[in-house]
Design a protein around this ligand. Structure first.
Ligand code: SAH
Length: 408
């Protein structure tokens, strides 16, 4: 018998609207279904709703592949991967940018699978048992369709624990990636450590925002050719990681100076190398420390900056952390507003999915109020389009940013 999940009455509603998850509480019966199996999902009356994969260990017990009665085989995966590649080809100028997300899991109808391109290498993340069990098939297809120099696995993510899986990192096919892979992103060259770096090596989701922030910096604090350029504007890149925003900012303004602030020494080493690669390391400073403490110290010293970029790690991992997470966002934004010169720019981000864009804006507003600053929103930002947001899956929207012109 086909492994089948039968839903409790009424629980099919979100699925009919193509939400791709079924929580364990919505399930009435699991017949012949083993963890990792492809399962048919039926409503309480026995009608076919969708097909997905099952894991009894996870609260998200089923993730859906399709709403059609079609086989989940190699041809299915090929079609989904090719569709995802086609979308990127229309979204990304691949001459100018050779690093981007090819498959964004649920948002590309391949739940649990992340596929990123870094120049000639492909990095994969298998987040769930359902995709873990199809790893060979997927790797085979990636090899055949993309013919990369190498395929590397970075399945070292916390969510795997909830699926009953351990971390796995290593080469899957072809050449081992070099210690650092050089990528081209818009006009910048950047080094990426796909073996040990954050995520699959780089924050690809911020690509368009790096460009946008740099553009606004040139408009507001002067740049090459600007009517009244601010001489040597001081930029503070808080949570800089490998210096992506810094490299862009220095390219946009040839007199800009940037402090990269991060709690990771490795990230700062890479930030320095990235600035060197783009000929601007002499305009960079590299501060290893806790942003909350360093920003307080700068405040006490009476320091101020022409522009501040604030791109913290995820503060809210679960609903239970919402309160403390919001306090963290408020605190860091309050300090940033205090440190920003009148006429300056604050580009502030949150990558916590649990914090809506509306809520984030409210926190930034409260921070400005407490800092006694007036600010105008000049841009609202989201994740780069190679991390599409599936309309039927609002959970896929996680990154939001606000660029503020700090008036006074
Ligand atoms: N803006 C970066 C990505 C930032 S990711 C980019 O565009 O690539 C968040 C960074 O915050 C990580 O590099 C992490 O090392 C750093 N970090 C985490 N907690 C920190 C803290 N308390 N103080 C300073 N840096 C911190």
């Amino acid at each position: 018998m086909t492994p089948t999940i039968t839903l409790k009455p009424g629980k099919e509603k979100p699925l009919l609207a193509h939400h791709p998850w079924i929580f364990s509480g919505a399930i009435a019966r699991a017949d012949d279904a083993h963890d990792g199996d492809t399962v048919d999902v039926r409503d309480a009356a026995g009608r076919f709703i969708a097909r997905g994969y099952y894991n009894s260990r996870s609260q998200i017990a089923v993730r859906l592949w399709t709403w059609n009665d079609e086989p989940i085989d190699s041809a299915f995966f090929r079609k989904r991967i090719v569709n995802a590649i086609d979308l990127r080809q229309s979204l990304i100028e691949t001459d100018a940018t050779n690093a981007y997300r090819i498959v964004n899991a649920e948002s590309d109808f391949l739940p649990g699978l992340i596929m990123d391109r870094y120049s000639d290498f492909v990095v994969l993340q298998f987040l769930t048992l359902g995709v873990e069990q199809r790893k060979n098939e997927i790797v085979e297809l990636v090899q055949e369709i993309l013919e990369p120099e190498g395929i590397y696995e970075r399945s070292d993510v916390d969510v795997r624990e909830k699926e009953g899986l351990q971390s796995v990192v290593g080469s899957l096919r072809g050449a081992e990636p070099t210690e650092l892979i050089e990528i081209q992103e818009n006009d910048s060259r950047l080094l990426v450590d796909v073996r040990r770096g954050h995520k699959t090596g780089f924050y690809l989701d911020q690509r368009e925002n790096r460009k946008r922030v740099a553009k606004d910096l040139t408009g507001f604090i002067g740049s090459v050719g600007a009517a009244k350029p601010v001489r040597s504007p001081e930029i503070l890149n808080v949570f800089s990681y490998s210096g992506g925003f810094s490299v862009y900012a220095c390219a946009a303004n040839e007199t800009a100076r940037v402090i990269n602030l991060d709690a990771s020494g490795d990230a700062l080493t890479l930030a320095r190398e990235n600035m060197r690669l783009n000929g601007c390391d002499e305009r960079g400073e590299f501060v290893d420390g806790d942003a909350f403490l360093v920003l307080r110290k700068y405040r006490d010293m009476g320091k101020s900056f022409d522009a501040i970029i604030l791109d913290p790690p995820k503060f809210v991992h679960a609903q239970s952390q919402l309160h403390s997470g919001l306090r963290g966002y408020k605190d860091i934004n309050l300090l940033a507003f205090k440190l920003c010169k009148p006429g300056g720019i604050l580009a502030t981000f949150s990558c916590s999915g649990q914090v809506s864009a509306e809520l984030f804006q409210k926190v930034v507003f409260e921070a400005a109020t407490d800092a006694k600053r007036d600010a105008q929103i000049i841009a609202k930002l989201s994740q780069s389009p190679d991390h599409p947001i599936l309309l039927s899956f609002p959970e896929s929207e996680y990154l939001k940013g606000i660029i503020c012109h700090v008036v006074a």
